[in-house]
Design a binder for this molecule. Structure first.
Ligand code: NAD
Length: 289
């Protein structure tokens, strides 16, 4: 079968220094640790790489051991100033959540947490399997809350109390599309977590969320055939009409574009970003034709 040209637009090049936002920040050093979930793929991997490139120690965690090994290999190729430690863990298990933060604390001073891991499932509400809903809830909402609960005492215990929790939300944390109820509920909830941390933060502890439209990662490319089936249209129509149809910017974001938002949000340039959402959606939610 001939590859459609639109499919080429789904490929992602390996990250180079030219792609990464570098910020001069007194806390961006190897003594300080940033936990990144979902670090074995897509946005989480790019975030781990960009944060490590900025000099921090990253505790990269994912249930996918091979994915984490690839992240480590890419960090070596990028020759990051910081370092990447890995912990294989399942975010649906409390014992694993404990281990993630314990491993992070063993690697340095825990100041930053990027809740990125996620998954998608497409079904109408009346058909939505509750076990799938529970899994999505556990990974995308309960784990971010539980990891925040375990991370915040470390931030509060530092000399200056500076640290932040960044949560990967979505345009689906602002408005919703059909057949994604598990995802929509989790992303709205993540914005609630973000604002809750801000409300309780004070003295240097901040939180922010990031909401993007479509980013070139397996989570998106894997759901395109399902979406096509649900809507009875072709894969090309899903990309051009459904995914990018309401966006004024007609290319999907690269994972590193999102990673750079985490770098900015964690840095001192984000000092007044507290409870807020970085809506980088190419105009998707705020304009219409
Ligand atoms: P991805 O599929 O490339 O990566 C998700 C990672 O989460 C995988 O490595 C997976 O192993 C991990 N994960 C899933 N279940 C887990 C579990 N139980 N324990 C530990 N790790 C687990 O997807 P991505 O596109 O990089 O998505 C990352 C985040 O970004 C998700 O929260 C997603 O909702 C969000 N997001 C993605 C897009 C997009 O267009 N790709 C847009 C907006 C928001």
């Amino acid at each position: 079968m001939t590859e459609s040209p639109s499919h080429d637009r789904l490929t992602v090049d390996e990250i180079t220094d030219d792609d990464v936002l570098f910020v001069d920040d007194e806390h961006f050093s190897r003594e300080n640790v940033c936990i990144v979930t979902g670090a074995g793929s897509g946005i989480g991997r790019a975030t781990a790489l960009a944060v490590a490139a900025n000099g921090l120690t990253v505790l990269a965690t994912d249930v996918d051991e091979d994915g984490l090994a690839e992240t480590t290999a890419e960090a070596e190729a990028l020759d990051v100033d910081g370092r990447i430690e890995t912990t294989v863990a399942d975010l649906t298990r409390d014992a694993d959540l404990d281990r993630i933060v314990e491993d992070a604390a063993a690697s340095g001073t825990v100041r930053y947490l990027a809740n990125v891991a996620g998954l998608q499932h497409i079904d109408a509400i009346e058909d939505f399997p509750m076990e799938k809903y529970d899994q999505m809830h556990d990974v995308m909402l309960r784990a971010p809350i539980a990891l925040s609960k375990r991370t915040i005492p470390h931030v509060r215990g530092t000399d200056d109390g500076v640290g932040a929790v960044g949560n990967m939300a979505s345009v689906h944390g602002h408005y919703v599309t059909a057949d994604k109820v598990g995802y929509n509920v989790s992303k709205f909830g993540l914005r609630g977590l973000t604002q809750s941390i801000a409300a309780e933060g004070g003295a240097g502890l901040r939180s922010f969320s990031i909401s993007t439209g479509y980013v070139k990662t397996p989570l998106v490319t894997d759901q395109i055939p399902d979406t096509a089936d649900q809507r009875g249209i072709s894969v090309d129509e899903v990309i051009e009409d459904v995914m990018l149809g309401q966006s004024r910017v007609k290319e999907m974001m690269e994972p590193v574009d999102v990673a750079n938002l985490f770098v900015f949000g964690f840095s001192t340039h984000g000092d007044h970003l507290n409870g807020g959402d970085l809506l980088f959606d190419g105009g998707m939610t705020l304009t219409y034709e």
